[in-house]
Each structure stands twice: as structure tokens, then as C-alpha cells.
Ligand binder design. Structure first.
Ligand code: URA
Length: 208
């Protein structure tokens, strides 16, 4: 598998709002969720459907409904929380697990401090969400954690990525498709994405 850069004028426009340093936390939260909704449309494109018989007020007919695998959404805490509502807008029946990770400021390595997942991850399409795919360290760990719990069908949804992070995740988990709203130039020495949008968690929640 590889990565899919979702190209759409609305996504480009909304990503520019997120990047601007003067965008408030309130607007950042709203727009991050809107982009997640738009991405969710593309990410769920290959969900299986089946035909069922229904009756309209006029006559009997058939319609298609989602069948087979159901969906699980797993935000990587805390910034991943900023995309959950947007995904639930179009996949309201999804179960939501949480994986808590932070980046050690000195080693830049991910540290897991919380993991709570739905029981039936093995029969769900699991969507890992984190706005920023930087080094790929936390995403690789989160996918490891999902696989340890039996997940077999995993996709990653990230607003923004650095090429280094995409490569690292592809090497560690070649079976996981990565969906991006934008692919940036590189990481800087502090492992921030350039040009990026800063610290997604701080911008979402108004912290420093
Ligand atoms: N995490 C962020 O929030 N921003 C970056 O640029 C990289 C990682």
C-alpha cells in the first residue's frame, strides 16, 4: 500500500486556514473537524454494501446499505481528538477507541500511557487519526498496538505529513494505507513539519 493525497479545493482552502498562525483555536477546531469529514468520505469509499428490499411511500424497491466490516476510530491523544467529531459526522455508528501517546521532548520517541480499544477490532476497519504525521514514531507505535489487539484492516488519516514520516510508516506497516490532506517539505531539527501548522495539540486546545 502507499499513501493517498486527497486533492479537493475545499480541503486545500481549509488547510490554508489551519496553517495561518493567526487562526484562533475555536476556528482551528472547527476547520480540522470539517477536513476530517471530507477525508472520511474518501477513506470510506471502499466500504462494502449490500442490496436490501425496502418500500418507499410509492412502491417496493431495493436500496444499498453498508455491510460487512464496521468502523472503529482511534485518535492518538491528544491532537487526534480534533478529528473525531468530524469523522463521526459521516460514520455516526463507529466505535471510538483511544491511544494516549506523547513525544518525549529529548529523545523524540513516543511514550504510550493509555490504550482503550473496542473489543472487536479484528472485525472492524480501524481508522487511526492524528493530524500530524511527522517522524512516524507515534503512528507506528499506535498501529503496533492495534495489531497486538488483533486489528487486520487499518487505515491512517492525517491532515499533514512530512515525507520522512510517510516513508517510516510505509516501511514498518506496508499493509496500512495513509490518507493525507497535504504533504509538506520536511521536518526541522525539532521534528516539526515545515512549513506545517505548528503544534496541532496546542493549536486545537489553546495551550502552549
Ligand atoms: N506534531 C505537531 O503537532 N506538529 C508538528 O509539526 C509535528 C508533530
Amino acid at each position: 500500500m502507499g499513501y493517498t493525497l486527497i486533492k479537493h479545493p475545499l480541503i486545500d482552502h481549509k488547510m490554508t486556514i489551519l496553517r495561518k498562525k493567526e487562526t484562533s483555536s475555536m476556528e482551528f477546531r472547527q476547520v480540522a473537524n470539517e477536513i476530517a469529514t471530507l477525508m472520511g468520505y474518501e477513506v470510506t469509499r471502499d466500504l462494502e454494501t449490500e442490496e436490501i428490499e425496502i418500500e418507499t411511500p410509492i412502491c417496493k424497491t431495493t436500496g444499498r446499505v453498508i455491510s460487512g466490516k464496521k468502523v472503529g476510530i482511534v485518535p492518538i491523544l491528544r491532537a487526534g481528538l480534533g478529528m473525531v467529531e468530524g469523522l463521526l459526522t459521516i460514520i455516526p455508528a463507529a466505535r471510538v477507541g483511544h491511544i494516549g501517546m506523547y513525544r518525549d521532548p529529548e529523545t523524540h520517541k513516543p511514550v504510550t500511557y493509555y490504550s482503550k480499544l473496542p473489543k472487536d477490532v479484528s472485525s472492524r476497519l480501524m481508522l487511526v487519526v492524528d493530524p500530524m504525521l511527522a517522524t512516524g514514531g507515534s503512528l507506528i507505535e499506535a498501529i503496533d498496538e492495534l495489531k497486538r489487539n488483533g486489528a487486520k484492516n487499518i487505515k491512517s488519516i492525517n491532515l499533514l505529513a512530512a515525507p520522512e514520516g510517510v516513508k517510516a510508516v510505509q516501511e514498518a506497516h506496508p499493509d496500512v494505507e495513509i490518507y493525507l490532506a497535504a504533504l509538506d517539505e520536511r521536518l526541522n531539527d525539532d521534528k516539526y513539519i515545515v512549513p506545517g501548522l505548528g503544534d496541532a495539540g496546542d493549536r486545537l486546545f489553546g495551550t502552549k
